[in-house]
Design a binder for this molecule. Structure first.
Ligand SMILES: NC(=O)c1ccc[n+]([C@@H]2O[C@H](COP(=O)([O-])OP(=O)(O)OC[C@H]3O[C@@H](n4cnc5c(N)ncnc54)[C@H](OP(=O)(O)O)[C@@H]3O)[C@@H](O)[C@H]2O)c1
Length: 248
């Protein structure tokens, strides 16, 4: 797909992979909708996209755990642009912890954002794509959606969920409704994602890893998203796993 003038919604656009994806797709001439809670960060990004690529972006301050607000936000995007060509379903968090710490609020939060919030965004975009005769949904899962690790149990559960959901969605939506569904699975990426971790034992284990692994840059994942989006009409990139060279 030619990305120029395509309307692309990015959740979690205020930092990390979402921000890098906005920058990359703006360079391709896409019209962007930036969604997250930190409005100031998105306004700064929108200004940068305008200065560097003359792209006007729509900024939507949104907590994706608020179902009604999500549905309204997608209606507002449809109203503003008349269509939505792609959704990058990227917002997520990773306060990983060992199960016996019983950080139940953090378990809830991961399920609410990584799974339920992602589903609300799908509910927001699906009727629009169905009515316009096609579209592309790109769900951001993780290598943690393909294999488990101690300390990651609930995060693993959410990301295995996103990967499974994506494959079933593809089977339902792509052949009959022309709505492509891709799942992108990053390995370790240098972003703010680890800042929500409160379990000291996990943080200590992270600090001791030291195998010389250089994490990916957020733009490495933005390029994978751009690749999935920009294929010819008949080509469906269903799954992309991108790992740092030294990550096992
Ligand atoms: N970094 C990695 O190593 C890695 C690896 C595999 C997969 N991933 C996945 O990549 C995605 C992006 O993460 P990142 O690494 O770029 O981390 P990040 O910089 O922390 O970005 C997370 C984004 O999610 C948004 N977000 C969190 N809670 C939200 C909520 N309730 N409503 C709306 N937006 C919310 C944040 O925005 P606000 O705080 O402004 O709302 C932020 O923009 C996540 O799904 C993550 O699981 C990351």
């Amino acid at each position: 797909m030619e990305l120029k003038d395509k309307v692309i919604v990015i959740t979690g656009a205020s930092s990390g992979i979402g921000e890098a994806t906005a920058i990359r797709l703006a360079a391709d001439g896409a019209k962007l909708v930036l969604m997250a809670r930190r409005e100031e960060r998105m306004q700064e990004l929108a200004q940068k996209l305008m200065d560097e690529h003359q792209t006007e972006s729509m900024v939507v301050k949104l907590d994706i755990t608020d179902r009604e607000a999500v549905l309204k936000a997608f209606e507002a995007v449809k109203e503003n642009f008349g269509r939505i060509d792609a959704l990058i379903n990227n917002a997520g968090l990773m306060p990983v912890s060992y199960m016996d710490k019983l950080k139940i609020d953090e378990w809830d939060r991961m399920i609410d954002v990584n799974l339920k919030g992602l589903l609300y965004c799908i509910a927001g975009v699906l009727p629009v794509m169905k009515a316009q005769g096609g579209g592309h949904i790109v769900n951001i899962s993780s290598v943690a959606g393909r294999r488990v690790n101690p300390g990651f149990a609930v995060y693993n559960a959410t990301k295995f969920g996103v990967t499974a959901l994506s494959e079933a969605m593809r089977m339902e939506l792509t052949p009959t409704m022309n709505i492509k569904v891709s799942v992108i699975e990053p390995g370790a990426v240098a972003t703010e994602l680890t800042q929500t971790i409160t379990d000291e034992d996990i943080l200590n284990a992270f600090n001791k890893r030291g195998n010389g692994m250089i994490p990916l840059e957020a733009d490495d994942i933005a390029r994978a998203i751009q690749y999935a989006l920009s294929q010819p009409d008949e080509v469906m990139v269903s799954e992309v796993l991108v790992m740092p060279r030294k990550q096992q």
